[in-house]
Design a protein around this ligand. Structure first.
Ligand SMILES: NC(=O)c1ccc[n+]([C@@H]2O[C@H](COP(=O)([O-])OP(=O)(O)OC[C@H]3O[C@@H](n4cnc5c(N)ncnc54)[C@H](OP(=O)(O)O)[C@@H]3O)[C@@H](O)[C@H]2O)c1
Length: 264
């Protein structure tokens, strides 16, 4: 893809799932990658090996986003790995499923916002400052979710964090366009990852999701990587402030009863 060769990209949450898919696709496209993880050291080693197989230069950094005081030093270390960064992919996230009344003091709520919203905010600010000081353009890609549009029971923290992330994408795009910094996002639908594989592979669960997905299947982590690659590339040079839904059509449909026979 145009403009990706040699780009220095920090990907958060690259130790598994979608982050690992993004890393593989960007490695294939010739990017140099700073791969972040928190706890899954085996996972980040696997991602690194896959990226190196594809010829990419890589560096690995650890940071727990529940500790906001460590974020600045983390970003600075990431920026040193390849003497600067051209792009930031805010992918790391947690997906707690908790009824609101089981979290009345909002501990889970606060932790979710810390990882899914505060960290992307802080890292994006640091990245924008980095670009402005160097007089260079930059791209931020936020990994949101279809839960940013509409959510469901047990997702008060997650839904709120992703809806807020979508607004953040818009506002920072407005603020930083003048500096040549684009801020965009992806909103994935259902993409089986190590964390969800066991549930999503159950026939009953799969049938329910597939029925609601016009393209008739789950998404794949590398497909999310392809969407991110597009957004980072020069093909998306005039895109900013928007979040691309990549969900097989899942949220295009309202929650209306299904027709018995949908053959055309
Ligand atoms: N899979 C889907 O269907 C789907 C759909 C829509 C959106 N998303 C979004 O995609 C992103 C990646 O999720 P995933 O589905 O690929 O799940 P995943 O495999 O569990 O990946 C989550 C990543 O976030 C990192 N992370 C978790 N807690 C962290 C913390 N406290 N500090 C720093 N990093 C932390 C994890 O690092 P360690 O494991 O190393 O600790 C891991 O690399 C999330 O933002 C999620 O909301 C996923």
């Amino acid at each position: 893809m145009k403009g990706l060769e040699g780009k220095r990209v920090l990907i958060t949450g690259a130790s598994s799932g979608i982050g690992a898919g993004i890393a593989r696709v960007l490695a294939e496209a010739g990017c140099r990658l700073v791969l972040h993880y928190n706890r899954n050291e085996d996972g980040i080693r696997r991602t690194e090996a896959a990226c190196r197989e594809r010829g990419a230069e890589t560096a690995i950094l650890r940071c727990d986003f529940r500790q906001p005081e460590t974020l600045d030093a983390f970003f600075d270390a990431a920026a040193q790995a390849f003497d600067g960064l051209d792009a930031l992919v805010n992918n790391a996230g947690i997906v707690p499923k908790v009824p609101s009344l089981k979290d009345p003091q909002g501990e889970t709520f606060a932790e979710t916002l810390a990882v899914n919203l505060q960290a992307p905010y802080r890292l994006a600010c640091r990245f924008a400052r980095h670009c402005i000081e160097r007089g260079q353009p930059g791209v931020v890609v936020n990994n949101s979710s279809i839960h940013g549009h509409k959510s469901c029971e047990w997702f008060s923290a997650y839904g709120a964090s992703k809806a807020a992330l979508d607004r953040l994408t818009e506002v920072q795009a407005i603020e930083w366009g003048q500096h040549g910094i684009r801020v965009v996002g992806i909103a994935p639908g259902v993409v089986p990852v190590e964390r969800t594989e066991q549930i999503l592979s159950q026939e009953k669960v799969k049938k329910e999701w597939i029925k609601r997905t016009p393209l008739g299947r789950y998404g794949e982590t590398d497909e999310m990587g392809e969407a991110v690659a597009f957004l980072l590339s020069d093909h998306a040079a005039w895109m900013t402030g928007s979040t691309l839904t990549v969900d097989g059509g899942l949220i295009a449909r309202g929650d209306y009863p299904f027709r018995e026979d949908i053959r055309n």
